[in-house]
Ligand binder design. Structure first.
Ligand code: ADP
Ligand code: MG
Length: 339
């Protein structure tokens, strides 16, 4: 019998990895926004055309990249964010897998422009289907701009599988919100087909939430605050009378990352016991901070599910804190726009 096993060429491996990381235009938006935040940007601009199907561009004023790093950033498992497996449990960054840019470059036309503060000139790199087609010196401000054009141009099955522009745009806006909500200290702008969709000035959590969800939100928010050895909880729940029939605005963030957790969601709901009309769901915006060694983020490529060491204690803490806030609020409503 002859040997039949071969190592896959890089562009094939990248395309397979892309299948996990990039499901739709919104996945690209998430990865690019997270990279801009990791690069310490203070102003991030998202530009999309046709719900991201033809163009997604993210421009940041972060640290930028050197020529060598700009080239390396598109290699698989190339990351500046971790050096060892132990670092996975001490994460201060959103990224760590080093797969996003390699994956995106395997399934789209990508143009990168980047410059570090100390460099005279920047670097411009164009890539199509993992192949670098040009690399030049360019004039560009400090920071990074990445254009992702014609997503899935080389995977017709994926491209055809995309939903209508309205649906794909909804997903993009959801990702944009999730990222913007944890970083009220960063200015965010979003444009779609040439029109401004959002312009979010720097502020606090409450102001950011109100900017995103509209002025009427302000009066609905009840602050939630608790700090223990296990967790710090901050954020807001909406007053029970504003609970909705749809599960609209329900957000958990853990260490500045949006996560989904049916279990913790149940914890929040249980704090509203007896206060809600039948078949309605409370809105909430909860920011949890826990010891990074007590969670595992690396259980899913999109990192929206995480594993907690002590989920039960967290559940109980969340429930009692929210109950307390709702109780206090009923006795003496205090709304402080300054926190
Ligand atoms: P990860 O974020 O997991 O490290 P990515 O593929 O998203 O992997 O990015 C690879 C590397 O490229 C990053 O580790 C970072 O060093 C660099 N990089 C990507 N985007 C930016 C950006 N907007 N500004 C500065 N550096 C960036
Ligand atoms: Mg990344």
């Amino acid at each position: 019998m002859s040997d039949i096993i071969q190592l896959l060429p890089d562009h094939v491996a990248n395309q397979i990895a892309a299948g996990e990381v990039v499901q739709r235009p919104a996945s690209v938006v998430k990865e690019l926004l997270e990279n801009a935040i990791d690069a310490k940007a203070t102003h991030i601009k998202l530009i999309a055309k046709e719900a991201g199907k033809t163009l997604i561009q993210v421009i940041d004023d972060g640290v930028g990249m050197s020529v060598t790093d700009a080239r390396l950033s598109f290699e698989r498992h190339a990351t500046s964010k971790i050096k060892s497996a132990e670092d996975l449990f001490q994460l201060n960054t959103k990224g760590f897998r080093g797969e996003a840019l390699a994956s995106i470059a395997a399934i789209a036309h990508v143009e990168l422009k980047t410059k570090q503060e100390e460099d005279e000139v920047g670097t411009e790199i164009k890539i199509e289907g993992s192949e670098v087609t040009s690399q030049e010196v360019c004039v560009t401000p400090k920071g990074t701009s990445i254009c992702v054009k014609n997503l899935f141009y080389n995977i017709p099955a994926r491209r055809n599988f995309l939903k209508s522009n309205a649906v794909e745009l909804r997903h993009i806006i959801d990702e944009f919100h999730r990222v913007a909500m944890v970083h009220p200290d960063i200015k965010f702008d979003m444009y779609h087909n040439g029109s401004e969709v959002f312009s979010l000035p720097v502020g606090n959590y409450r102001q950011r939430i109100v900017h995103i969800f509209g002025g009427k939100t302000n009066e609905k928010l009840v602050p939630v605050d608790e700090e223990t050895d296990l967790v710090s909880i901050t954020g807001f729940v909406c007053k029970p009378e504003f609970a909705k029939r749809t599960r609209g605005e329900q957000f958990f963030f853990v260490n500045n990352r949006f996560i989904k957790s049916a279990y913790l969601n149940h914890g929040v709901n249980s704090a509203f016991e007896g206060l809600l009309k039948e078949k309605t769901h409370p809105s909430y915006f909860i920011y949890l901070t826990v010891d990074p060694t007590s969670i595992d983020i690396n259980i899913h490529p999109t990192k929206t599910e995480i594993k907690f060491d002590d989920e039960h204690a967290l559940y109980a803490m969340l429930r009692s804190t929210i109950k307390h806030s709702l109780g206090q609020f009923n006795v003496a409503p205090v709304l402080d726009f300054n926190r």
